[in-house]
Write a protein that binds this ligand. Sequence first.
Ligand code: AQP
Length: 340
Amino acid sequence: RRIVFSGIQPTGTPHLGNFLGALQNWVKLQQDASADDTLLFSIVGWHSLTLPQDPKQLSIARRDLLAALLAIGLDPKRSIIFHQDENPYHTQLSWVFSCITPVGKLRRMTTWKSRLATSRNANDESEVDESMLNTGLFTYPVLQAADILLYKATHVPVGEDQKQHIELARDIGDIFNRQFRNTFPLPEYIATTTRRVLSLKDPTSKMSKSSPDMSSRILLTDTEKEIRKKIRGAVTDSTAGITYDPVNRLGAANLLTILAACTEEDVLEVAKRYETKGHGDLKNDVADAVVALLEKPRTEFERLRGEQDYLAQVALEGAEKATAYSARTMQEVRKAIGLL
Ligand code: AQP
């Protein structure tokens, strides 16, 4: 019996990277699930606070994200779809875990290291300066471990950038099990077939919701015109012919990755078809494939956005189910640690 858990931050409209790297896989898992399996998909509001958010925009993004999750095909009758911040046990368990997680483990997280790398000391450029970074940025992998283990999840489908955090969740579960009582199964990471989708404007970094450059990402809500324009403007190189070279030709490799993911083919097979073609041909075909892929989610999203009462009802029921489901784990934890 599988218990699947995953989350997404309400830091903006989900993009093609979120969709191909994670969300599409959630829908597949839902389709393939057996009657005994439990699926939990969460909008992780608490996590979004690790970076500054405009409260008004956050509130809208949070609601829209629920509409987007339903629009791609997640079904509240089959999966528990809920706001993490509406189940109080996440932060409670996170605190318990904070108290058994060595600081050294968090310092090894590549997400933290890359944050540090961008935070240089104002007086000495070669020195990193932790003092300007908030504590949440450092400890959010602990909250993520709590998100997962609260439901005793066995499988966690996330993008490859999150793999290390799942390993940390296993470590934390293991520490708890040894120190107190065997409570948590150790969750497994479920990989997606799609590699990281990269920014269309700077293919050395991933496509991201919080990049200020809107043309760097394709939103689930983009119109056909917007999708075509963004793909036409994607950064590629000036070498003739197309090859899949994810080291030296990042822009073209990213477009090939996207096309292969849309058509569910092997990226090298796709690349072969473009050996003698130009970037323009590739971009046209990528645009066609992305337009076709996102058409249904986009229209469904627009429809659901007009159904605010329905969305509120889904959120309420999701939060009730998630809270009820996890209450038992929290009781077990409290008993194990002596706070009952
Ligand atoms: N570019 C990407 N390619 C493949 N997968 C991706 N994911 C994110 N970006 C890519 C996967 O999407 C899921 C949800 O991500 P998240 O909302 O929890 O936050 P994130 O990983 O930090 O994604 P963003 O879009 O870059 O958000 P911001 O800008 O807010 O940080 C995860 O499973 C992630 O792996």
